[in-house]
Design a protein around this ligand. Structure first.
Ligand code: NAI
Ligand code: UGA
Length: 446
């Protein structure tokens, strides 16, 4: 089959490249010519492990091409995949200007029957709007399919090639065999439903995962006060298959380009039909507060932060990506700057992207984690990059002015911390290398 994928962000690029692997010819289209030029030089505009190798081999073998000419690409394709951004408007609602713009352009370009498949995350009813928009631009016949995407940044290729399920929303049952063929070899788990339910499955899935994270973060906050260990609690809970062990990692809360925007959009979708989604509102609220736990812990250990030197390890919203959209690190660093701290920042991949969005005279940019830690009063780990796991914590303690390590992702084990001389604070676990939060509150009560 011949496909045109509109938008070369994570979803467009990764799904476009992966669709070549089951024998399709794919044109990835973007209006951003700089991105297309980069891609034609076999350079990926996104950091995603494995993507450049796949681009290279598929470009060479002629199954993949990149273009900024939407009209020509649409005309040369049978299936058009919409994968443009749907960011948040200031009120939290999804901004549909890019998807509507792309749909209208596709409509104008059509010169025969096409299947138009939406991969962007869009509010319930959007595919119907897209249908009307295209119909207003063309007299050629077409079908609409909703095929929401569930990949995660950092593991996007394996998530696409081996997904738990593929969701297909359609209203013309004749399309089912084509859709199954398109996804052939990825998984047998293809769930076919109506378009509105498919749109809702995407939001409900992201909202549920965000709920698991805020839930375990609240459990973590209580664990700290009662002397339990949230990592043990999560493990014990997760062994119940009805609960499941994934997405129960306590920390500084979720970030990224999707959970924050999609939870807010679902609250708005509900609000638009006069339904107050109270549970999800609380999930968002808990998440907003969780990152400031880092600042509270610094205050507990150091008192005022004016003039303090704080090392920051990790700026990306999660490891294996250079994406800093809605990264908790941003607000944490801004709060430290506002309190008068000097902040030494390190991230193996995302520092440039972070710096483009935020810079300040109190920030010092470091090219190694050890450099960010040297002579600092505390180090705060905000992204669980695996390279931090291998750092020599004994040497680290010796290089710091004060030996305080605040681990916002529970990366280290008790064994790694013991004997290092570090005062170690993590999330929802007893403090190591000093008085625990539990011991302090018990001591205070007697
Ligand atoms: N980033 C992720 O991991 C995931 C994202 N999604 C959803 O997929 C959608 C896309 O997200 P990202 O891949 O992060 O997108 P992105 O925002 O990084 O990239 C979108 C691209 O579309 C291009 N574009 C916009 N209008 C265009 C037009 N008319 N013609 C050609 N190109 C156009 C832009 O130039 C941009 O390069 C969003 O709805 C998002 O919620 C879904 C699952 C995972
Ligand atoms: O719609 C989307 O864009 C995507 O959003 C998420 O994917 P992604 O944002 O790439 O990353 P996740 O691995 O889900 O992590 C999101 C955030 O939650 C945090 N997280 C995740 C898991 C956990 O147990 N605890 C936790 O704090 C991560 O650190 C990160 O900040 C979903 O997992 C994907 O299924 C979905 O397709």
């Amino acid at each position: 089959m011949k496909l045109a994928v509109i938008g070369t962000g994570y979803v467009g690029l990764v799904s476009g490249v992966c669709f070549t692997l089951n024998g399709n010819h794919v044109i990835c289209v973007d209006k951003d010519e700089e991105k297309i030029n980069k891609l034609n030089r076999m350079e990926s505009p996104i950091y995603e492990p494995g993507i450049e190798a796949l681009i290279e081999v598929n470009l060479r073998e002629g199954r993949l091409s990149f273009s900024s000419d939407l009209t020509d690409s649409v005309r040369r394709s049978d299936i058009i995949i919409l994968a443009v951004g749907t960011p948040s408007l200031p009120n939290g609602e999804a901004d549909l200007q890019y998807i509507e713009g792309a749909a209208a352009e596709v409509g104008r370009a059509m010169d025969g029957y096409k299947i138009i498949m939406t991969k962007s995350t869009v509010p319930v009813g959007t595919n119907e709007k897209i249908r009307k928009m295209i119909a207003s631009q063309t007299t050629y016949p077409f079908d609409i399919v909703s095929a929401p995407e569930f990949l995660r940044e950092g593991s996007a290729i394996s998530d696409t090639l081996h997904p738990d399920r593929i969701v297909i929303g359609l209203d013309n049952p004749d399309l089912e065999p084509v859709m199954r063929k398109l996804h052939q070899g990825f998984t047998e788990n293809v769930f076919v439903t109506d378009i509105r339910s498919a749109e809702m499955i995407k939001y409900a899935s992201n909202a549920f995962l965000a709920t698991k994270i805020s839930f375990i973060n609240e459990i973590a906050n209580i664990c700290e006060k009662v002397g339990a260990d949230v990592t043990e609690v999560a493990q014990g809970m997760g062994m119940d298959r009805r609960i499941g062990s994934s997405f129960l990692q306590a920390g500084i809360g979720y970030g990224g380009s999707c959970f924050p925007k999609d939870t807010n959009a679902l609250i708005q979708i509900a609000g638009n039909v006069d339904y107050e989604f109270k549970l999800l509102e609380s999930v968002v609220e808990v998440n907003k507060g969780q990152r400031f736990m880092i600042i509270s812990k610094l205050h507990e250990s150091l008192g005022s932060l004016r003039g303090a030197v704080i090392g920051i390890w990790g700026l990306a919203f999660k490891p294996n990506t250079d994406d800093v959209r809605e990264a908790p690190a941003r607000e944490i660093v801004e709060a430290l700057v506002a309190e008068g701290a000097i902040v030494k920042l390190f991230d193996p991949i995302a520092a440039d992207n972070f710096r483009k969005q935020y810079d300040h005279p109190q920030l010092r940019w470091c090219s190694l984690p050890e450099e960010a830690a040297k002579d600092s009063d505390a180090v705060c780990l905000l992204t669980d990059w695996s390279l931090f796991r291998d750092i020599d914590l004994h040497k680290l303690a010796q290089s710091m002015r004060k030996q305080i390590l605040i681990d916002g992702r529970n990366l280290y084990t008790k064994q790694q911390i013991e004997g290092t001389g570090l005062e170690y604070h993590s999330v929802g676990r007893p403090q190591m290398g000093g008085l625990s939060g539990y011991s302090q509150s018990v001591a205070g009560a007697v």
